[in-house]
Design a protein around this ligand. Structure first.
Ligand code: GN1
Ligand code: MG
Length: 380
């Protein structure tokens, strides 16, 4: 079955005419489908090596979308901004092509699980930010999203990605892979012999104390779990073409209880490195304090009231930890032979890891300024 045939399994308003790859997601394969009449939709093949239960992913998505829609319906519209939009799953067309036990939004074909989601029209996303105005909107988007989902009951969501953002778990896995590579002539050992891989190993070894900072604060009762987006990287924020205002957050597969710090750290690590996470020019990688200030300002404008004294005290740690964690995830995946993140070439995940570690270093080099910025913004 080709992509157009797959697309026609869903109840679109019009007949699918064209399918093209969309975006730069590292996990699912994503396409945009145009139907007669001009409407567009997002078609995705879920990566079942990552999301082992696509049925539960779709059930969660339905729950999150329903909750956001109810909240938005009760909201007083703010006249000066375009309305907030929610990407919504499209049901299967009369059950066509679906296996009998498939949920109403999932099309099983071969060993793939496909779903369709509405396209946010009149908006675009950015892979890298250049201007403070963009960063402020990304911050507002995350704050708005947190405000929308803050009362989503955890019991309504299945945990479809256990251990997501729990840094000590990634670290434990990394240490296992590392020790597997310490002996013999395995593929892991061979990858570890590369000088850039050795630099990654040394970088992480020097920062072992960083690994448990957030989880320890959670265990001590200083930070508590709340519903989060989980993957708020900058290109998951849709900005209105006409006004530049944030109008949606997409990629809602990882919404579940977590620490707000995972989200805030992830938005800052992805948005405040103007070179972007796919650059191969390590010298160009740095953490931009002006972008960070604008993003935090935007976030606080929408959601500042929910941050406690302890939350604020751990913001710097979060901003430093998230690029470190992602670098470790990329590097570990490189050592294991790229089983999680989609890659274009054999060193791709190693290169991505080096970018994140360089970013973490840039954050460390600006620690006093960043701490000062956080306290200035949060105390005002
Ligand atoms: C993955 O699929 P995508 O590209 O939106 C990953 C995030 C990483 C991101 C880095 C479920 O997100 O955690 O931050 O790559 N998503 C998952 O680009 O692991
Ligand atoms: Mg994602």
């Amino acid at each position: 079955m080709n992509l157009l045939e797959l697309a026609s399994g869903f109840a679109t308003e019009g007949t699918p005419q064209r399918v093209e790859p969309l975006g730069t997601g590292n996990v699912n394969a994503t396409y945009v489908v145009e139907v007669t009449g001009g409407r567009r939709y997002v078609l995705q093949r879920l990566n079942t090596a990552v999301f082992e239960r696509p049925d539960l992913v779709m059930a969660n998505l339905e729950t999150v979308v329903r909750h956001c829609r109810q909240r938005l319906a009760a909201d007083i519209p703010s006249g000066d901004r375009p309305p907030w939009q929610v990407p919504t799953p499209v049901p299967l067309r009369g059950g066509a092509h679906a296996e009998l036990d498939a949920p109403r939004h999932l099309l099983h074909h071969g060993n793939g699980s496909w779903r369709m989601i509405t396209f946010i029209e009149g908006a675009h996303s950015l892979d890298c930010l250049q201007h403070s105005s963009e960063a402020q909107e990304v911050g507002r988007a995350l704050g708005r999203f947190h405000a929308l989902i803050h009362d989503l009951p955890a019991a309504q969501l299945a945990d479809t990605l256990e251990g997501f953002h729990v840094t000590p778990r990634y670290h434990a896995r990394y240490l296992e892979v590392l020790s597997a590579g310490a002996t013999g002539a395995s593929a892991v050992a061979q990858r570890l012999s590369d000088p850039q891989a050795q630099a990654c190993v040394a970088f992480m070894e020097a920062r072992q104390d960083l690994v448990p900072v957030l989880e320890q604060a959670r265990e001590a009762g200083h930070l508590r779990l709340r519903p989060i987006h989980g993957d708020p990287k900058v290109n998951n924020v849709m900005l209105c073409n006409a006004t530049g205002c944030a109008v949606a957050m997409v990629d809602l597969d990882t919404v579940k209880p977590g620490l707000l710090h995972y989200d805030i750290g992830d938005a800052l690590r992805s948005g405040c490195n103007p070179a972007g996470e796919e650059t191969t020019d390590l010298e160009a990688v740095s953490f931009d304090l002006d972008l960070a200030a604008a993003m935090l300002r935007g976030y606080l404008h929408e959601a500042g009231a929910v941050l406690t004294r302890h939350d604020i005290a751990h913001l710097y740690d979060a901003v430093r930890l998230l690029p470190f964690e992602l670098g470790m995830r990329f590097f570990c995946d490189h050592l294991q032979g790229d089983v999680y993140f989609r890659v274009n070439h054999a060193r791709h995940n190693l290169e991505r890891a080096l970018v994140q570690f360089r970013l973490a270093e840039s954050i460390e080099a600006q620690e006093p300024e960043l701490r000062e910025l956080i306290s200035m913004l949060c105390d005002s």
